[in-house]
Design a protein around this ligand. Structure first.
Ligand code: F0G
Length: 453
């Protein structure tokens, strides 16, 4: 059941077929280079693109823009403490700002960071600090056809193997990303969270949860983990986060705001490197983000995020959110598209691996699918396969992320229709080759240009 209605609308238009063909060529076959006004249904990301509530818009007006001691920051601290259980907050302009602040305090040249799966900005920050990001997904996590309630879980076996190889003294940080964005938005169980916390304690590492989508994860736990069948999303979220020493958060996801983020540190963080972590994060925050009571955000944005954090765990919102994404997955499956199963929390992922008979595996079938969805329906998705993650062994996934509280079923039906239309001419689709790319390979999908082979 949906507990909201629209009271402000934004016009969107579907450009003509000729225009869409021209846009693809002008954009170098990279959806990041397409102007938003040329996009009809924008499923590039669920980050900062959602619809704010009237309470959030009202809160914007009350933003305290003081440089120091802003009342809005006090509201954020209260919200983070109430909803997530963390008393120490370092505000940052968005999630990757929080990553820079926190990992900059914990990771040094030559260190190894373990994560159920690094998101691209996390991977890039660890690498930028001279560390090595190592993914520890569970068996089958990257298989689009294997059933599983918690395919986002962290593999203790892989993590132990990594520690045996490099030595625990070189693993200062263990990260759990909930839900697991690089593994099709799959959830992580609370049982796994407890085990990872224990493992991090054993090796003396700081245990960080990347909490961008913590409420979606909690809704999956409520549905799938027997221990929590009668618990509320709010209680599950607090329980799951309570095992972490620190959080990195992008408010652009489940802060339900258009910008913002923070680092949060537990009362007594564990890990050898974690002594006075809050203090050090605050100092690093001043350098990169701003004074510790605004951290790169306007006071009004802080207010909107503080309100959003409370809304995101309030029923029936999380239930409606997970239901809408599941419905989208069903519509796409019915249209004949290869949907990663089970469907995750914030997006439907398609497996483009064998979709196009005339596209060779090294001709970016995922990126070809992104382009064809745009050509057919003005729909914008994002490739998360060999184009985005060169050299990483993973399926050719395309993500169609749903902005929160934004699109209705008709929009989703349009996307499914576009998918069905492109399947009708799948034999004509050509692969792509990279024409130019930036120097940082981890970030190449944001700006590289391609052309049909
Ligand atoms: N961690 C995860 C798991 C993310 O998904 C993101 C962003 C970040 C950190 C960084 O946060 O964008 O506020 O700087 N994910 C977006 C996406 C961009 O489209 O999945 P940010």
């Amino acid at each position: 059941m949906r507990n909201y209605k629209a009271k402000m609308v934004e016009p969107i238009t579907l450009p003509s077929r000729e225009r869409r063909d021209a846009v693809l060529e002008e954009a170098g076959y990279n959806a990041f280079n397409v102007a938003a006004e040329d996009v009809y249904i924008d499923l590039l990301t669920d980050s900062g693109t959602g619809t704010m509530s009237d309470a959030q818009w009202a809160a914007l007006m009350r933003g305290d823009e003081s440089y120091a001691g802003s009342r809005s920051f006090a509201h954020l601290e209260e919200a983070v403490s109430d909803v997530m259980g963390f008393p120490n907050v370092v505000p940052c302009h968005q999630g990757r700002g929080a990553e820079n602040v926190l990992y900059g305090c914990l990771v040094e040249e030559g260190d190894v960071v373990l994560n159920n799966a690094h998101f691209d900005t996390t991977r890039a920050h660890v690498a930028n600090l001279g560390g090595e990001p190592v993914d520890c997904p569970v068996e089958g996590a990257r298989d689009p056809d294997i059933a599983g309630d918690f395919k986002g879980d962290f593999s203790l076996d892989r993590a132990r193997a990594a520690v045996d190889e490099v030595g625990h003294e070189n693993v200062p940080v263990v990260v759990l990303t909930i839900t697991n964005n690089s593994t099709a938005g799959q959830p992580v169980s609370v049982a796994n969270t407890r085990e990872v916390a224990e493992f991090a304690r054993e090796i003396g590492a700081t245990f960080v949860i990347d909490a961008c989508r913590f409420a979606e994860n909690a809704e999956f736990v409520r549905r799938r983990e027997a221990e929590f069948a009668d618990a509320s999303v709010a209680d599950i979220a607090r329980e799951q986060l309570s095992y972490a020493d620190a959080l990195v958060m992008s408010g652009k996801k489940e802060g339900l705001s258009n910008v913002g983020g923070f680092v949060a540190v537990a009362e007594e963080p564990g890990g050898e490197a974690a002594a006075q972590l809050f203090e050090r994060a605050k100092q690093r925050g001043i350098l990169y983000e701003g004074f510790p009571t605004y951290g790169g955000m306007a006071g009004r944005d802080i207010e909107a995020m503080a309100v959003g954090l409370r809304e995101v765990v309030e029923p029936p919102y999380p239930e409606a959110r997970i239901d809408q994404v599941a419905t989208f997955g069903d519509l796409l499956s019915e249209a004949g598209l290869p949907v990663y199963r089970p469907v995750g929390g914030h997006a439907v992922y398609l497996d483009a691996g064998d979709l196009f008979p005339n596209v060779a595996p090294d001709e970016y079938p995922g990126q070809a699918l992104v382009c064809e969805l745009y050509r057919e329906g003005g729909v914008r998705g994002v490739e998360l396969g060999s184009f985005a993650f060169p050299g990483v062994d993973r399926p050719e996934l395309v993500r169609l992320a749903l902005p929160r509280r934004t699109y209705a079923r008709e929009h989703l039906e349009h996307v499914a229709d576009a998918g069905a239309a492109l399947l009708d001419r799948r034999r004509e689709v050509r692969g792509l080759e990279v024409v130019s790319e930036p120097p940082v390979p981890e970030l190449r999908h944001f700006s590289a240009e391609l052309r049909p082979v």
